[in-house]
Design a protein around this ligand. Structure first.
Ligand code: PMP
Length: 326
């Protein structure tokens, strides 16, 4: 299955085909599997959309040869796009809200991209606005718009989803993933529902985020430390399709922090807060299946670990909860 057994021509060919590994803190009889996206060359799930979106945009002529990619990004997308842009002969500029991790910004810089910071208080909305202003100032620039571009979802429909089903011979009961743009969950969910229409689909967000409003849940907006998932304004989350989602779970920062430490200490996973939030939720869903509260096409749960904790060491991710800056 893996494409990594022979020498490869460029780093782009190492994207995807990541391992699916069983987690060991769930109920007996309902295995939980996590897809380890830190195995990608830029060490996150966003390498997938970097390659997929830029290749399709070049093919379609939406992006000129030698053109410039400008993207508002929490960081991992910038790294994914920077790797792909560099190898595909494109320039890259990223607009990043200040609160996001410095490690990510240093990596984007090393990959040859330019970084522009926007005030934390303006959120992703402010970064999106600034990216469009910049694109208007340049002739050959395009904003791929990961928050709105169907190619984001398609990347996961074409790669992440099929990889999961191939690894488990189609025996998938539930799919659980955090939502930033929601591209990851929507792509996997669309593929999953085509394989079996009753596949249970759960979205994960931090407590304080508003994705739950899509399913008419009461949500109270607040700051959160979990990085990479969640929204403060659902108008920016154009990819989220409520029809593909059975439930949106809100995970408190404390639970994610405890779980990311447990995942490292007990299971050897050096993963960050969004993976930990997904793990907490995957265990909850697995328990519901084990207790007979949820009926799914198979007794298994699949989740996604989007990136690695190494990217957040400067924020004290493994220190006490209060010392973790988030
Ligand atoms: N976790 C991390 C660490 C991320 O950077 C992202 C992307 N913002 C996600 C999860 C969520 O992925 P998606 O945008 O596909 O919903």
């Amino acid at each position: 299955m893996t494409s990594h057994e022979r020498p490869l021509d460029t780093v782009l060919e190492t994207i995807g085909q990541t391992p699916l590994v069983r987690l060991h803190d769930g109920p007996a009889g309902v295995p939980i599997y996590a897809k380890l996206e830190s195995f990608n060359p830029g060490a996150s799930i966003k390498d997938r959309i970097g390659r997929y979106m830029l290749e399709r945009m070049l093919e379609r002529g939406d992006l000129p040869t030698g053109g410039t990619v400008i993207e508002p990004t929490a960081g991992n997308t910038g790294i994914g796009f920077a790797i792909a842009a560099g190898q595909l002969g494109l320039d890259a500029i990223f607009v990043v809200p200040e609160r996001f991790s410095l490690e990510k910004q240093q990596l984007m810089d090393a990959l040859g991209a330019e970084i522009i910071n926007t005030p934390t208080a303006d959120g992703m909305g402010g970064a999106i606005e600034r990216a469009h202003e910049l694109a208007d100032e340049l002739d050959d620039a395009v904003v791929p718009q990961q928050f709105a571009n169907p190619l984001n979802t398609e990347a996961h429909y074409e790669t992440t989803g099929p990889e999961i089903y191939e690894a488990l011979d189609g025996k998938v009961g539930a799919v659980v993933a955090g939502c930033g743009t929601a591209g990851t969950l929507m792509g996997i969910a669309r593929y999953a529902r085509e394989q079996h229409p009753d596949t249970y689909v759960a979205a994960v967000e931090p407590e304080g985020s508003l994705y739950g409003e899509f399913l008419d849940h009461d949500r109270r907006e607040d700051e959160y430390k979990i990085e990479g998932i969640g929204t403060h304004n659902t108008d920016t989350n154009e990819l989220f399709e409520p029809d593909l989602v059975d439930e949106v779970y809100a995970v408190p920062d404390e639970s994610a922090h405890e779980e990311l430490k447990r995942l490292a200490a007990e299971e050897g996973h050096l993963v960050a807060s969004s993976a930990a939030a997904a793990s907490v939720t995957a265990k909850h869903v697995a328990r519901n299946i084990a207790d007979g509260e949820l009926s799914t096409p198979a007794d298994s749960v699949v989740t996604v670990f989007p990136d690695s904790s190494e990217r957040y060491l400067s924020k004290g991710i493994y220190r006490s909860f209060d010392e973790w800056e988030g």
